[in-house]
Ligand binder design. Structure first.
Ligand SMILES: Cc1ncc(COP(=O)(O)O)c(C=O)c1O
Length: 459
């Protein structure tokens, strides 16, 4: 049985209609190797990794420094428990991360293996800390419309992503949803759509999104534990991009009311938006930060929850008080994954990745400009190395294509045949290349997507 046959016989893929996947005419791509921003399949075909292997990869595949760090660690030990023990790698990584975030003394890092678990830990830490601090009324969370924070039950409860969460509604706890600050489809934005212009720049509004959050915070009084936000870009919601200044304003509102901020930087951290962390753009210091995806450079499953000293201190007490954080994972602080993460952070420093990013961001913007020429492109938005192209049935009214049209899917399928892999979010096309992609690769990714779009939806 070849790998594709074995896959179709034995694997269950996430977010996938398995009847389609297993259909006789479906021929899955079997990736066997990669280098930089290129993936190779078992037939020797090459593909540009247009979504950085589902938003994880930073410095490219088979990066020599990260490979060497993993190998060196493997020669010492792959895994040992962090219950009652520590290792010589995880504390170094914790110190680096806390240092990078520019947080004050007292901060702590808690390690997990995936983003959902990092969010789950953040919400449980915040909830438990409120109780220990004598604030038992603070039991509610506020989060954004369309939010996606992962697939564990707590993370789903913080989310408001219809299709993903609807089947589990009876399992989830209630959270307060406030409007997503996404200008292109904002009901309060009075500006007409303009070709070539980012709706965030042309918007005509009175920051009603901020007013909505203020209203929710005031209504909830002293019952809110924390406001949870994907800073600057809501990923799975459709790469919805927030007007600059939203984050700073929401942070001030929360601070004034003693509400903690949980920043879900699982998608946005590690250079993705042009800075190490999306929160840094607006000088926002969250009380809890969830990191994942790019933390290990996209090499191994690793996530972290960074907690403020204030939250950490709430758990301190005598043994018999049982105030420990009752949450943990077998692979917490896994040395192999931590070694990869340290090598990734070292690469940021040694190769001056952040300093080189503006050039790549500008290259991607230049390559993306032509999408405005397509009559069915409603919005082209970019934040760092995240590019979203929203397809619409009608430009002037912003009328979306139906989900049934599967246009996003069909365009990405056509791009695949042009040697570029990415996944749409419904009818929004997404390019999110590894940070190491060269100018030629960025252009080739955009060209493949453009040609695919023109094939599926001729101009
Ligand atoms: C913003 C955000 N939060 C959380 C998650 C969940 O992370 P994971 O898939 O590693 O569990 C994702 C995954 O896409 C994400 O984009």
């Amino acid at each position: 049985m070849n790998p594709a046959e074995a896959d179709k016989r034995f694997l269950w893929h996430p977010f996938t209609q398995m009847r389609e996947w297993c259909a006789p005419d479906h021929d899955p791509i079997v990736i066997v190797s990669g280098e930089g921003a290129v993936l190779r399949d078992d037939r020797g075909r090459e593909y540009l990794d247009g979504n950085a292997s589902i938003w994880t990869n930073i410095h490219g595949h088979r990066h020599p420094r990260i490979n060497a760090a993993i190998r060196a660690q493997l020669d010492r030990i792959a895994h040992c428990s962090a219950l009652g023990l520590t290792n010589d790698i995880a504390p170094r990584l914790a110190a680096r991360l806390i240092g990078l975030f520019g947080t004050e003394a007292g901060h702590r890092a808690f390690f997990a293996s995936d983003g959902s678990s990092a969010i789950e830990a953040a919400l449980k830490m915040a909830f438990q800390a409120r109780a220990y601090r004598g604030e038992p009324l603070r039991t509610r969370f506020i989060s954004l419309g369309g939010a996606y924070h992962g697939d564990t039950v707590g993370a789903m409860s913080l989310g408001h992503s219809g299709a993903f969460h609807r089947p589990f509604a009876p399992l989830m706890f209630e959270t307060t949803e406030v409007m997503s600050p996404s200008c292109y489809r904002c009901p309060f934005n009075r500006a007409r759509p303009q070709r070539g212009a980012d709706a965030r720049d042309t918007r005509e509004c009175d920051w009603e999104c901020i007013g909505k959050l203020r209203g929710a915070l005031d209504k909830s009084g002293e019952t809110t534990v924390a406001f949870v936000i994907e800073p600057r870009v809501q990923g799975a919601a459709g790469m919805l991009m927030q007007p600059h200044g939203y984050l700073e304003r929401t942070s001030a509102l929360c601070r004034d009311r003693g509400v903690w901020i949980i920043a879900d930087e699982i998608l946005t951290a590690f250079g993705r938006t042009g800075a190490m962390f999306a929160c840094s753009h607006e000088g926002v210091r969250p009380d809890l930060v969830a990191l994942g995806k790019g933390l290990s450079g996209g090499y191994l499953p690793l996530a972290a929850t960074l907690a403020s000293g204030e939250i950490f201190d709430a758990f301190l007490g005598d043994y018999a008080e049982f105030k420990a954080f009752f949450h943990g994972h077998s692979y917490t602080a896994n040395p192999l994954a931590c070694a990869a993460a340290l090598a990734s952070l070292e690469t940021f420093e040694k190769d001056k990745i952040l300093q080189r990013l503006p050039a790549s961001v500008a290259d991607l913007a230049r390559a993306a400009a032509k999408f405005w020429d397509h009559p069915h492109v409603g919005d082209v938005r970019q934040e760092g190395l995240i590019l979203a192209i929203e397809l619409v049935d009608d430009f002037d009214s912003r009328r979306p294509f139906t989900a049934e049209s599967r246009l996003g899917h069909r365009v990405c399928d056509a791009a695949k045949h042009r040697g570029m892999l990415t996944r749409p979010i419904l009818n929004t096309l997404v390019l999110m290349p590894p940070l190491c992609a060269t100018p030629d690769q960025l252009r080739a990714m955009a060209d493949a997507l453009w040609d695919a779009l023109c094939e599926v939806l001729p101009r």
